[in-house]
Design a protein around this ligand. Structure first.
Ligand SMILES: Cc1cc2nc3c(=O)[nH]c(=O)nc-3n(C[C@H](O)[C@H](O)[C@H](O)COP(=O)(O)OP(=O)(O)OC[C@H]3O[C@@H](n4cnc5c(N)ncnc54)[C@H](O)[C@@H]3O)c2cc1C
Length: 438
């Protein structure tokens, strides 16, 4: 088994050429070269601004090439709960922006010639209880009332048209959602950003961002890095779930963002016929378990990928692999004899609101916390953040708001996650016993 991302095994070039020098000044400095950072940098560079994008490691090797490749632009908070908390107009705008962001991703890939096997395959979310299924009915009606949605409630007797499992009480099918190959998308994005004239500098750690009082612009900053300092007229922080705990840089963000480890397995080669027999819908999939899983055929439709909670923080252990394999087999018992060829993990970034977040603090712009749905949100909000920071557009995002609240007793080390995961596991077990006793 390879303990590395399945998405890294491609012919396309995932690496940047190391920069031999760091410029001493730029219109925009971006911290982090994942989907958010590259998208922000591209937007500004295309408007003729000088842009430097710094990454502590290899660009893209944070969450951006470790995810499941499901392009949902999913919002974790249901439309009903959003309405209850903030009103229906806000809820409609949040879900409506998802439609724009997904459409913009597809348009971007087409216009830039990025061949990343992007599809609008649809997303099927399986209900793990009757209660979950009933809630889906309400979500279905609310979403279909917002233009661009194409949602259908699938009753239990039709689940096998989507996936051959008896574990679901029915499900919600969202036809407007799809998926892509994150490695191929990242390689394409990297090429486009490099062609735009933005300078991507790998292996350069940002250590601090300070006010640069010598500059004319009130927002001007001095960005101190492991390779020297850069003067920046504007700074965008796009380090998201990889901000880390050690440096003075990123403190404001890490007190508001929780990196939650998620682990993914990919099966051995099963062949298209076997995958199609198990997943006739060939869609993106999820379920409503508390420790939920996301799963899909890989873009070539010859293996199955499944992701869920990780027990580890750096390298996947046997415990994480068997946890995920059990989840797969519980759903698709015919896969019990199947080998796992790949396993890896990464940090998914959450904030307390569980909504994507774009904000400004002390003259620095931030975009982060996409709650496991950043393939759509990171690119979209990276672009929106750059437009705002560089004064290029006044059409901002519904997610541009005050910074997310600081999480009490927290400075970047999510010590409480084992407790939360333990509680979720108990709830899922109780639900499972209910299912088995029926
Ligand atoms: C296992 C897993 C599965 C997921 N599945 C899905 C999915 O199926 N669908 C979906 O929509 N989303 C999914 N996501 C989420 C999605 O991948 C992320 O939301 C998205 O990639 C975030 O991109 P980003 O550019 O904001 O952050 P990242 O890609 O994490 O980039 C942050 C970068 O900042 C750099 N950095 C950090 N600190 C510094 C510093 N001090 N100086 C310089 N650079 C720094 C890091 O090196 C890193 O490259 C998943 C995530 C994971 C981990």
């Amino acid at each position: 088994m390879k303990l590395s991302s399945y998405w890294w095994d491609i012919e396309e070039n995932l690496h940047t050429t190391p920069a031999d020098h760091l410029p001493h000044a730029a219109d925009l400095v971006v911290v982090g070269a994942g989907f958010t950072g590259l998208s922000a940098g591209l937007t500004a560079a295309r408007q003729g601004r000088s842009v430097v994008i710094l990454d502590a490691g290899h660009p893209g090797f944070g969450a951006s090439t470790r995810n499941g490749g499901i392009c949902s632009g999913h919002i974790r908070i249901s439309h009903a709960v959003l309405t209850e908390r903030y009103g229906q107009d806000y809820a409609d705008r949040v879900y409506g922006e998802g439609i724009d962001a997904r459409a913009d991703l597809v348009k971007f890939c087409t216009e830039e010639g990025i061949e990343c096997q992007i599809t609008k395959a649809g997303h099927f979310n399986g209900a793990m209880s009757q209660k979950d299924y009933d809630k889906m009915g309400r979500q279905c009606d609310a979403l279909n009332a917002i233009p661009g949605h194409d949602v259908e409630l699938i009753p239990r007797e039709r689940v096998h048209d989507e996936i051959v499992t008896d574990r679901f009480y029915g499900g919600l099918l969202r036809r407007e959602i799809g998926g892509f190959h994150p490695g191929k998308f990242f390689a394409g994005l990297l090429r486009v950003v490099q062609d735009s004239g933005a300078l991507i500098v790998p292996k350069t750690v940002v250590e601090a961002i300070e006010d640069d009082h010598g500059q004319t612009s009130p927002q001007a900053k001095l960005v101190r890095t492991s390779r020297g300092s850069i003067q920046a007229r504007q700074v965008i922080v796009a380090s998201n779930g990889y901000t880390g705990q050690r440096r003075s840089f990123g403190r404001f963000l890490r007190q508001r963002i929780v990196p939650v480890q998620s682990c993914i397995i990919v099966t051995e080669h099963l062949g298209r016929d076997r995958v199609k027999a198990l997943m006739p819908g060939l869609r993106m999939y999820g379920n409503t378990a508390q420790l939920s899983s996301y799963f899909r055929p890989v873009p070539d439709e010859d293996r199955i990928l499944l992701g869920s909670r990780s027990f580890d923080s750096l390298e996947p252990s046997g415990r994480s692999v068997s946890f995920l394999k059990n989840k797969l087999v519980d759903m698709l018992p015919g896969l019990s004899d199947v080998k796992i060829d790949y396993c890896w993990l990464g940090n998914v970034a959450f904030n307390q609101r569980q909504l994507p977040s774009m904000f400004q603090h002390n003259g620095v712009f931030y975009s982060a916390g996409y709650a496991g749905s950043g393939t759509v949100w990171a690119r979209w909000l990276g672009k929106k953040t750059a437009e705002l920071a560089m004064g290029m557009s006044n059409q901002t995002s519904v997610f541009y708001d005050a910074p997310p609240p600081r999480i009490p007793l927290y400075d970047g080390n999510p010590w409480f996650m084992p407790v939360i995961n333990g509680w979720f596991a108990v709830q899922d077990k109780v639900n499972e016993w209910g299912f088995r006793l029926k």
